[in-house]
Design a protein around this ligand. Structure first.
Ligand SMILES: [Zn+2]
Ligand SMILES: [Zn+2]
Length: 136
């Protein structure tokens, strides 16, 4: 918990219990949840939590760079704590989003067709290994 409070303070965010719980959830569950999923996961434990608080907190976290908001697959916004560059893979069967190591694509600081690449956002779609097992 200490480190979560430190992260919030470092980013000039007052560490309220609700903010701590939301960030803690995203640190523990790397499933790229939506705001709704986070709300439902925490509502039992924190009856005073409102959806608006969850939305506002996620907005603040994203603006401060604590979280990454992904709106890459359709109109649904997903959140994640891992702000290091990586590749996303979405399974079309179970809708899970996996983080993949970016070393599969080595374009950082390289020139492609004369263009200097500074960032990459690569999103892949397919059938995940778990769903492939079920197909056999
Ligand atoms: Zn799957
Ligand atoms: Zn990710």
């Amino acid at each position: 918990m200490r480190s979560i409070i430190d992260i919030l303070k470092k980013n000039d965010i007052a560490p309220s219990m609700q903010r701590i719980k939301i960030l803690e959830y995203l640190k523990n569950y790397k499933t790229h949840p939506t705001a709704d999923m986070i709300y439902h996961a925490l509502a039992d434990e924190m009856p005073t939590l409102s959806k608006t608080t969850v939305y506002n907190t996620l907005k603040t976290f994203t603006e401060k760079g604590v979280l990454m908001a992904l709106s890459i697959f359709g109109n649904e916004v997903r959140y994640e704590y891992n702000t290091n560059p990586h590749i996303h893979f979405k399974c079309i069967k179970c809708n899970k989003i996996y983080d993949l190591d970016k070393t599969y694509f080595r374009y950082d600081d390289e020139l492609i067709d004369g263009h200097k690449i500074l960032e990459q956002h690569i999103n892949l779609k397919g059938i995940c290994k778990e769903c492939l097992k079920g197909e056999k």
